[in-house]
Design a protein around this ligand. Structure first.
Ligand SMILES: Cc1cc2nc3c(=O)[nH]c(=O)nc-3n(C[C@H](O)[C@H](O)[C@H](O)COP(=O)(O)OP(=O)(O)OC[C@H]3O[C@@H](n4cnc5c(N)ncnc54)[C@H](O)[C@@H]3O)c2cc1C
Length: 340
């Protein structure tokens, strides 16, 4: 019987933009989760903002905004209803791929026929990813805003992305009418703001005036969550026998693309099929397949991130996209991973 070990006792709002595109929506539907029945906010448009320039286009696919709290709770509920044993509030301290064992924080050792590693951005001793090569790596920040009526109207049906030097921010409406504001920003920029996200946004008034205006228009601002040292662009190309790396443990796509959840879902579905068909030894071929499948979207998303975070490229680029919105639709389509 599958055993799922989750260190938190309750689903929480993790650092994530909460944007789901058609590929993620389709995979969720296939495993029995209708995100619109969960109240997801439908999104059909994208708005890109750099300085005082803006470009808008219809998205070439259906998309939606859903809080990770709601999504993760639904995924866990679905797993339990399919007979998965779930242990919550238990952290794994170490993984031993050769012995196919995990060591829990309370000292218990659990062995399995195969291990499915899905700890996201968090590394486990025994299967850590290399540290990001970037001397000033990105960190993620997320907060929930209660919008004013004008802010809610501006974001209805829209994902809004704000580009600035060494970072970007995404805003969308979620199922509860709240706004999810998520930033990916170089560590040094937060440090220059004294480690305070509110101050960082105030300091961005010149570079990202509309973002500062949106933030200032919020009727209420919740507490910030953060995650450090994001290894954007990393992909796992090899795996130990019996170890299937899923989601961010398989490939970390730049969050600007909004396709990390789709990679998580697609890799999990693929891993389950590989294991059921060929057993634990299928891990190596599974990992090579996922690495191949994610190569192009991950590389393209990294390039778009670099352009978006470099003002002398981003400004003229938004000017071009304003004149030719079809290019924006094309870029959005090309970073998709496809349904699992
Ligand atoms: C700033 C930012 C914005 C983003 N926006 C989007 C977006 O809008 N749309 C999108 O599709 N993707 C987005 N992403 C990417 C997306 O959040 C990730 O790709 C996705 O969450 C990866 O899923 P996962 O299952 O691999 O990991 P996670 O969702 O991080 O899940 C990992 C789970 O493992 C548990 N865990 C961790 N360590 C342990 C341990 N030691 N023991 C037990 N349990 C453990 C955690 O509690 C968690 O529940 C964004 C990322 C960032 C950084």
């Amino acid at each position: 019987m599958p055993l799922l070990i989750e260190r938190h006792t309750e689903p929480r709002d993790v650092v994530c933009g909460g944007f789901l595109a058609a590929d993620a929506i389709a995979t969720l539907a296939r495993i029995g989760i209708d995100i619109f029945a969960l109240g997801a906010h439908p999104i059909g448009r994208t708005r890109l903002v750099a300085g005082r320039r803006r470009a808008e286009a219809e998205l070439p696919f259906a998309a939606a905004g859903l809080s990770r709290n709601r999504l993760d709770a639904s995924l866990l509920g679905q797993a339990i209803s399919r007979g998965v044993a779930v242990e919550r509030g238990v952290a794994i301290r170490r993984i031993d791929p050769a012995a196919r064992c995990v060591d829990l924080a309370d000292g218990t050792r659990i062995a399995g026929e195969a291990l499915f590693l899905a700890t996201g951005k968090h590394d486990l001793r025994g299967a850590s990813r290399p540290a990001p090569l970037d001397a000033d790596p990105a960190l993620g920040l997320r907060v929930r805003l209660r919008p004013s009526p004008a802010l809610a109207a501006a974001l209805t049906g829209t994902i809004e992305l704000h580009l600035f030097r060494r970072g970007y921010a995404g805003l969308l409406l979620q199922e509860d009418g709240g706004v999810n504001l998520c930033l990916s920003v170089a560590q040094s920029r937060l440090k220059a703001a004294g480690g305070q996200p509110d101050r960082l946004i105030a300091l961005l008034t010149e570079e990202a005036p509309l973002l500062a205006e949106r933030f200032g228009a919020a009727a209420e601002v919740g507490g910030w969550s953060s995650i450090a040292r994001i290894p954007y662009g990393w992909r796992s190309t090899q795996a130990a026998p019996g170890l299937f790396r899923l989601g961010d443990q398989a490939a970390v796509i730049a969050s600007l693309a909004g396709d990390g959840i789709a990679i998580g879902l697609a890799s999990a579905v693929r891993a389950a099929h590989s294991f059921l068909r060929d057993g634990p030894e299928a891990a190596a071929s599974f990992q090579a397949e996922v690495a191949g499948h994610t190569r192009r979207p991950v590389a393209l998303a990294s390039l778009l991130r670099h352009w978006g975070e470099t003002p002398w490229i981003a400004g003229p680029l938004i000017g071009l996209l304003e004149r030719v919105p079809a290019l924006l639709r094309q870029a959005a389509a090309m970073t998709r991973i496809g349904a699992g």
